[in-house]
Every structure is written in C-alpha cells, then in structure tokens.
Design a protein around this ligand. Structure first.
Ligand code: ATR
Length: 279
C-alpha cells in the first residue's frame, strides 16, 4: 500500500527498462510492509543534473545510479564514502538534509555473493575485463588482501586501472589462460557470455581443482563459462547474487530495514527462469 507519506526511491539509467532493481526493491518493500515505492527513472545524460534536482525537490529519499550515469553522479555528490572514492563512480545515492551522500556498493555486492557461495576472498585472483564493474571488484578484492591480476582485450584500459589501483598486475589478453594454474579465483567482468553476445573463449583445463569461477553476467543465469566450470567440478559463483546483494545497503539507508537475499528474492527477480542458488 502506498499512502501520502510513502518514501520514494528509484533507479536512474538510460535506458533503464531492462533494470531488475524495481522488481527487487518492491519485493522487499512488500515483504516488510513498508509504505514506499521504487521506480525506474529513464533520464538521458544531458538531463541528469536536472533530474537529480527534481528528485530531491520532490522529496525522494535516494536513488540507485546505473549506466551511463555512474561517473557523472559521482561528481554531484556532497559526501563520498570510501567505496565511492576507490572506484571513482557511484551506484547508490542517499539524499539527506546536508546533501547527497554517494557510495559504490558493487564491491560489497560482489564480496557478499562470494560469501554466499562459500568462497573466501584473499587468494590470487584473475579478473577478465577492465570496465567500471571490474574496478569495483578489483578494489574490493585488493582491500581483502588478494593479489589481483587484470587482463583486458584493450590493454590500455587495464593499465589505466593499474595506475588507479597500485599493486594491480596487468596481463596481456592473449596470455589470459597462462596464469590460471596459480589462481584461487577467476572473475569474468566482460560482457562476453551475456545473452546476445559471443561466449567468452577461456580454456579452464589448467585450473587448480580448488579454483572458484565467478561471472558478473546474470542473463543467462548460467553462462557458458560457468557451465564449463561446473562440468569440471570447480566452484561456481553466478552473477545474479551480486546484483541482489549490492542493493542491500541502499534499501537499508532509504527504508530503515536491512533486507536479506534468499531464494524468494532470487525467484522474484528471475521470474520463471530458475536461479542457481547457493547451497
Ligand atoms: P563498461 O563496464 O565500462 O561499460 P563495456 O564497454 O561494457 O565497459 O565492456 C566491458 C568489458 O567487456 C570491457 O573490458 C571490454 O573490453 P574492451 O575494454 O577491450 O572493450 C570487454 N569486452 C567486450 N566485448 C569484448 C570482446 N568481444 N572480447 C573481449 N573483451 C570484450
């Protein structure tokens, strides 16, 4: 039920129609009987600043930020937490009396999802891809003490990441399989394997039997990379949980309840498609 006192939040993106965040947050709002709503906000880049002002003027409690606004939103924040500063981009805004507080919960979501599948961060990790999500994931793994190597088709982007994150090693894309034997964790952050995209070409035959393979692609829920890892008996960490966990801190800040990620939540955002749930 939405009354005249409902708390309002939403996700700002362009486009935004593919976002599963409204399904997720409105599921949690209903579960907890909270008087609130979470809506998709399709905002083109040139109107982002205007939209942000409008949402604050209209009394929204905050917003999630998705592609392509994460960097520009960072520049509109009055306060940035450590996660935002590490990444240089935000995905969660809290509107307060004193201004806009920005954070980046992607790294938190990634680590929380690893934990849900029983994977401890901290071991040597190989990251495929050097986009925005890669930076959040790498920074969170390095903060856990992991020795991280990044490899990207365009080597310059990987090198730029290494400049921003001292201690990060860079590997040529052609060499991506050579370093596998020494890794505890492999993470795909590229768009390869996503529905409508080519599959990632990655030979897992040199993997240690204890390797955990994580993919941030969640459509399909089981990417070709994860299917291959599963068939080899490796530990598999599907990407949907990262999306669900990254939403927790924002919901808690806006609506005052810390929600949990469980099987019902997976079902609410996947619909008829069956999620691979943590054991
Ligand atoms: P962002 O996360 O910043 O939006 P993106 O353009 O969506 O970035 O791409 C995400 C990642 O997928 C990038 O690392 C990209 O590699 P490039 O930096 O070389 O573009 C990677 N990627 C996309 N298509 C790829 C392909 N066919 N082969 C290898 N990597 C690919």
């Amino acid at each position: 039920m939405i009354t005249g006192r409902a708390k309002l939040a939403g996700v700002i993106g362009w486009p935004v129609s593919h976002s599963r965040s409204p399904l997720l947050h409105n599921f949690w709002l209903a579960r907890h009987g909270i008087d609130g709503a979470y809506v998709p906000l399709a905002v083109p880049p040139e109107r982002f600043a205007e939209a942000l002002c409008g949402l604050r003027a209209a009394g929204f409690v905050g917003a999630n930020i998705t592609i392509p606004h994460k960097e520009i939103a960072y520049r509109h924040c009055d306060t940035l937490d450590a996660s935002a500063l590490r990444v240089g981009a935000v995905n969660t805004l809290v509107f307060s009396e004193s201004g806009i507080v920005g954070s980046n919960t992607d790294g938190y979501g990634f680590l929380a999802n690893l934990a849900a599948y029983g994977v401890k961060p901290g071991g040597p990790s190989l990251i495929l891809g050097a986009g925005g999500a890669a930076r959040a994931i790498i920074a969170s793994l390095m903060a856990e003490g992991a020795k991280v190597t990044v490899t990207n088709r365009t080597r310059g982007r990987a090198e730029a990441l290494a400049e921003a994150l001292p201690g990060l090693a860079v590997l040529d894309w052609q060499e991506r399989e050579a370093a596998l034997a020494d890794q505890a964790l492999l993470v795909n952050t590229t768009s390869l394997g996503m529905r409508g995209h080519a599959a990632l070409q990655f030979d897992l035959s040199q993997a240690a039997p204890t390797l955990a393979v994580a993919d941030i692609v969640y459509a399909p829920l089981e990417t070709p990379l994860l299917a291959d890892a599963q068939a080899r008996g490796l530990v598999v960490v599907p990407g949907l949980g990262m999306l669900l966990h990254q939403a927790v801190p924002g919901f808690a800040a806006w609506f005052g309840v810390r929600p949990v990620v469980d099987a019902e939540v997976f079902a609410a955002v996947t619909g008829p498609e069956q999620a691979t749930l943590p054991a």
